[in-house]
Design a binder for this molecule. Structure first.
Ligand SMILES: [Zn+2]
Length: 349
């Protein structure tokens, strides 16, 4: 059996920088036409000039990326990292750039390389006003970081404390609630205006916190926001297959070398890029909704960002496919991809 869909896009990916790019960029470019590239490098990408230079470093590893029936050059869609020090003129420069497509709000300390993030979203309201006016989308890592808030409650608390007020104060601002993990987030998006969308990762669709913690801790399933309960997972699955165009594919593929995850204090992030579309196909098939995969993976994100849909095609074969235990990465230890060692039913051809 074969499945053919319009070439998908990944609306949330972490490529890292330097030596990592030779591994991370081809892993995404072999499948996806475009990807929203997250800006949380060290130091973060906070200017259009930095974003342009980062884009060139990415493109140097995307040459000849080949997918579907035709050869097509992968296109990285760059983003800026919002800080409380950023000037509104930088938002204007971003909106004018042909290569910058959004700005990302990281609450300070929320995830990998977010120390320079925003302490209080109210402090960047002038930037959000500029983004609303220039129609530049806001991408949000939606978790509060206050010590007293339980890690499993941080997304729901963020909605009440920050996201709902932002949506209300900036009714024209397009917002992507990234890598949502809870039924509360699904409900928030469904009940919002059509200017608010959300990305869904393969790990949050395939797993809940029992998979992370029961019978031993599995560091390669540790990501942020952390996996939630089974009822949350079911809500995410239903959103993904609902055909609602405001839920679309964003892997949040976030590489960390093996030993930085298999450690006493392991890093957060799942590296799904090498078999991302296969994992989504697996989930959609299990849910009896393969016919909904193309909209979710190839149409809805492009429509939300107001970009043309891809015109090339991607083919998947239904065949037994074992995800490798290890993939090459910076350093000798390699990297452990999401679903390593497990068998899935699809393979990109
Ligand atoms: Zn991310």
């Amino acid at each position: 059996m074969q499945l053919e869909i319009t070439t998908p896009d990944d609306w949330h990916v972490h490529f890292r920088d330097g030596d990592a790019l030779q591994y991370t960029v081809p892993a995404t470019a072999k499948t996806f036409g475009r990807a929203i590239v997250m800006p949380n490098l060290v130091p973060p990408i906070t200017t259009v000039t930095q974003a342009e230079a980062y884009r060139q470093r990415i493109l140097a590893h995307a040459q000849g990326a080949n997918f579907g029936s035709s050869t097509h050059l992968f296109e990285p869609l760059m983003t800026l990292y919002l800080t409380e020090q950023m000037a509104s003129s930088e938002i204007a420069a971003a909106a004018a750039s042909p290569h910058v497509f959004a700005c990302k709000l990281y609450p300070a300390g929320a995830t990998t390389n977010s120390a320079n993030g925003v302490r209080d979203p109210a402090n960047i309201y002038p930037l959000l006003e500029a983004m609303e006016k220039l129609d530049l989308p806001l991408l949000v890592h939606g978790e509060v970081t206050e010590q007293e808030v339980d890690i499993f409650d941080r997304e729901a608390v963020f909605i009440d404390r920050h996201l709902a007020p932002i949506a209300k104060n900036f009714p024209g601002l397009r917002i992507v609630f990234e890598h949502i993990t809870t039924a509360a987030a699904v409900d928030f998006v469904k009940e919002s205006s059509n200017r608010i969308g959300a990305t869904l990762t393969p790990q949050h669709l395939m797993h809940n916190r029992n998979d992370l913690l029961v019978g031993g801790i599995r560091p390669h399933l540790y990501c942020l926001p952390i996996l939630k309960a089974a009822n949350d997972q079911r809500a995410l699955q239903q959103a993904a297959i609902s055909g609602n165009p405001r839920f679309f594919l964003g892997t949040d593929s976030a590489p960390h070398a093996r030993l930085t995850k298999e450690a006493a204090c392991g890093c957060a992030g799942c590296y799904s890029a090498p078999t991302a579309i296969e994992l989504y196909a697996e989930i959609f098939e299990q849910l009896g909704a393969l016919d909904k995969l193309e909209g979710f993976a190839s149409f809805f994100g492009a429509d939300f960002y107001r970009l043309p849909r891809n015109i090339t095609r991607l083919r998947l074969q239904r065949t037994s496919n074992i995800v490798p235990e290890r993939a090459p990465f910076v350093g000798e230890d390699g990297i452990v991809p999401l679903h390593a060692g497990k068998t899935i039913s699809w393979q990109q051809s």
